[in-house]
Design a protein around this ligand. Structure first.
Ligand SMILES: [Zn+2]
Length: 292
């Protein structure tokens, strides 16, 4: 069983002219990530049809389409409507998580309540520094409690404090993430991109305790780290807390200049994880989260 817990998908109008689409919605950060004015981009684009074909080619059973960390709460509502329709057409293969911006206040909270009623499996990706609110924002706190109550998950974009600069690299302080997770012990968190290597700090006992309700996804890992990272993180936090994710349709193997699931699955299978660990990472862990 293979479930990709971290992909993105956008409407045709957004992929045809991303800068124009973003300008109309005041989503400059997204535009700079997916269609930078200068330099090449690793962004790929997919329609639901292409997505399903790529899933079939790599034998991916299900994907979770995450919302983006929109700066404007109205974009969250608009895109959540769009995701709800996508899910309705393919409820067996395409799962969805709701975009959330705490600056929408009560309306944002009502929106995710309604999305859970519609069958959304979680909220995220959330990136407070980009979206303009704090990790201890009161509406975010309420949303995280609702996530726990409804047995969903909350996915946060996390970057590594050291390393190269790239679109989407913004400081996401480990101390804020740790305090947030410790403050909501019943909430299931997913810290994306292997938590920017935050799991390595779980060698500290207090940090380990604070982060026991946190999972880490592998989205975009081939772009960021040596494949040894899978074994290292598994040794520290256990394979039960690692979720396969790609960041599809991002081109995570730039030499190939195409986005697919196959290479990332192979790169995980080719590390020295045991077959049980591989099965946990590729699908069993996320299945147990979303089926509870
Ligand atoms: Zn991300």
């Amino acid at each position: 069983m293979i479930i990709d817990a971290h992909i993105h998908l956008y409407p045709d109008e957004a992929s045809t002219d991303p800068r124009q689409w973003a300008a109309l919605r005041k989503e400059n950060y997204w535009a700079d990530c997916v269609a930078p004015v200068k330099g090449p981009t690793l962004q790929g684009w997919a329609s639901p049809k292409k997505l399903l074909r790529d899933m079939d080619d790599a034998r991916v059973d299900q994907v979770i389409i995450l919302g983006w960390y929109w700066e404007n709460p109205d974009t969250c509502y608009e895109m959540n409507d769009w995701l709800a329709a996508i899910r309705e057409n393919h409820p067996d293969r395409l799962l969805v998580a709701a975009a959330f911006n705490a600056n929408g206040g009560e309306k944002a909270l009502d929106d995710i309540q309604r999305r859970f009623d519609q069958g959304f499996v979680g909220i995220g990706e959330i990136n407070p520094p980009t979206q303009g609110f704090a990790y201890n924002d009161r509406w975010l706190n309420d949303a995280l409690e609702l996530v726990a109550k409804r047995n969903k998950f909350a996915n946060f974009h996390v970057t590594e404090p050291a390393g190269h600069s790239y679109p989407g690299k913004i400081d996401t302080p480990f101390s804020s993430l740790q305090n947030m997770a410790a403050g909501h012990p019943k909430t299931k968190f997913v810290f994306a991109h292997l938590g920017g290597l935050l799991p390595i700090y779980e060698l500290n006992r207090k940090t380990k305790k604070d982060l026991q309700n946190v999972y880490y996804d592998t989205a975009a890992i081939p772009l960021l780290y040596d494949p040894k990272v899978y074994r290292t993180v598994c040794d520290i936090v256990g394979s039960e807390r690692i979720l396969f994710g790609t960041d599809y349709p991002l081109k995570t193997f730039p030499k190939k200049q195409k986005a697919d699931f196959y290479d990332q699955i192979e790169s995980i299978k080719n590390t020295n994880l045991t077959s049980n660990e591989t099965a946990n990472v590729l699908g069993l862990n996320i299945r147990s989260i979303i089926e509870q």
